[in-house]
Design a protein. Structure first.
Length: 337
């Protein structure tokens, strides 16, 4: 869910259009990115509420875009009163209050500021809740018709086929939305085909249009559900083949890997964020995203699962050692920008 805006800012600076138009385009594109990853996080975590906080939360256009997105998903949207959006002071104080009431305190000598501290590193001690994402069994009755909505598309499973239809997003500018849908659909189809040609198990595509890909419905279970060291090793072999073919997945989570039927082979799905690249940084980000998923899915077993994945990865990719070292560097940065 990390975002990088340096390229966007450079494009705005180099733009030859009028300053108001450049500023409008910069805001619309940046906010569309923020709303899109918010929706992606909601889909991944199985959440149906959004709370917008911080100084940028005072921006009414961002509020409007998030509200539209939540309405389309049937989710609830919350934003504090304007006087609480100047900075995060009130929210930090309230978090401290919740921590203190749940019996958590911190010695003064350990309370120094950490500028790389991330919100997903906060240990929540004042709530005890188990949430299921809903991404469970993928083995479907071949006679069933099932609809599954993700962040940007609805996938319909019917009689051995999976039809991925990208949805129009009303919070985006119409022309930007149309271009993104067409480009992402076309690119995804090409990369699925290229990956399969490179020896990576993927669904077989039967039809493509400007906003829809019809492909094989692969019977099996999501790696999230059947996570084991054996399956992690198999996933590592598959990702090694992908990187060896000059591609990165971009959304490498346990929910995008299916362990297929009798042969227990890993099949890679959802190439919506994939790209052609042999850059070690991008390959390291791929592995980093997967390792983060292991940390959140099975924190107690994460070290063993990472080691098993790395073992399989090294079997099929000659540059694996360098990529794993780069992943460790990315982890030390605290935030990928």
């Amino acid at each position: 869910m990390d975002l990088a805006f340096s390229g966007l800012v450079s494009a705005a600076k180099d733009s030859r259009t009028s300053l108001p138009d450049a500023c409008h385009s910069l805001q619309e594109t940046a906010f569309a990115m923020c709303v899109e990853v918010t929706e992606r996080a909601m889909s991944l975590a199985g959440k149906n509420e959004v709370l917008l906080v911080g100084g940028v939360g005072a921006n009414r256009r961002l509020q409007e875009m998030l509200r539209i997105m939540c309405e389309e998903r049937g989710a609830l949207f919350f934003v504090p009163g304007q006087k609480y959006l100047g900075d995060n002071g009130a929210m930090i104080a309230y978090t401290g209050k919740l921590m203190l009431e749940s019996g958590v305190s911190l010695p003064v000598e350990s309370s120094q500021i950490n500028p790389s501290f991330r919100s997903d590193e906060v240990e929540v001690t004042w709530e005890h809740e188990t949430t299921q994402s809903g991404d469970a069994e993928c083995h479907l009755d071949r006679k069933s018709t099932i609809h599954k909505q993700g962040a940007e598309a609805v996938v319909t499973f019917d009689r051995g086929n999976a039809e991925k239809h990208r949805l129009t997003k009303r919070y985006r500018e119409r022309e930007l939305d149309r271009r993104l849908i067409a480009e992402r659909t076309r690119t995804e189809a090409k990369l699925i085909a290229a990956a399969r040609k490179g020896g990576i198990p993927t669904p077989i595509i039967s039809d493509v249009s400007s906003d829809t890909i019809v492909m094989q419905n692969v019977p099996g279970s999501l790696l999230t559900v059947v996570l084991s060291e054996t399956h992690a090793t198999e996933a590592g072999r598959m990702v090694g083949k992908l990187h060896n073919a000059g591609m990165m997945h971009g959304d490498l989570t346990t929910s995008n890997i299916i362990i297929r039927g009798p042969d227990q082979k890993a099949v890679l799905i959802d190439f919506g964020l994939a790209q052609v690249t042999s850059e070690i940084e991008q390959q390291g980000v791929d592995i980093h995203v997967f390792f983060q998923t292991l940390e959140s899915t099975a924190p107690d077993r994460a070290p063993a699962l990472k080691a098993a994945f790395s073992e399989g990865y090294k079997e099929t990719f000659t540059g694996a050692t360098d990529v794993i070292a780069r992943e460790q560097e990315i982890e030390r940065r605290g935030r990928y920008l």
